[in-house]
Design a protein around this ligand. Sequence first.
Ligand SMILES: [Zn+2]
Length: 276
Amino acid sequence: MASNRDDFKAKTIDIMAKRVGYRCSNPNCRKLTCGANDDPENYSNIGVAAHICAAAPGGKRYDTNMTSAERKDIQNGIWLCQSCSKLIDSDDIRYTVDLLHKWKQLSEEAAILELESASPAQNTEQDISLIKFYVQCFDRPAFQDDIRQEGRMEDFDRAIEDTIIALNTGVLRTRDGDIIKQADGKAFVQNPEWREKLYNVVDILTAIRRRLMIAEHDHVYSFYSDNGYDGMYCFNDRELEEWFNSSREEILKIMSSICREIGVHELRFSRRCYRW
Ligand SMILES: [Zn+2]
């Protein structure tokens, strides 16, 4: 039976997965998509060669202007884990063609950086330069201001996301999506204690984004301003407000504990005092 889906060829799928080192291309996920199976002759795969523009009419981001050949071309594919491939098809307003191309680019970039980096027998020197790179990612208002004084919540969320990506991939994006610095992801830190702390930091950052999304959805905060742009956020859930501050304070404490060990400037959450 002839299918009207423009599916990828097996060879295309194979190359797509290998170009990102079999990791999910969502920079917030980066999950490994294959590994050993109980059957010694087999392996488990949770990776999916997802279509950026759908393979068939009715699918997400389907583009009528594309030819069948373009639809099944590797350029139109992105390697994702199963849950991220469901995620991108649940919301084509958030997960646009442009965003998915950006994910793919970042993921391929990270894979080649991993290849190019020094052999596993690493030295502390390399750990220290990675830590210095991560520390500078926290040198931004999103990690300095009281939550009530964040300029725009969208920018705050974006800054947190950029920081997660930087820690996961070693790639720091500017606000315009340019790549300005390149290092390695946290998995490359050899010191197991530091690495564990960085994983912990990413967990907290992820929790901040999740709670921010819920807070926005539940209208937990509102913005007050005298002149239309300068102003402050007011939370009707004081515990949540406090959590947004204390969780970031916690992150800076963890980072600072590493800073102390390598003798670089510690990070401090200022919590500037606001007078009504
Ligand atoms: Zn994923």
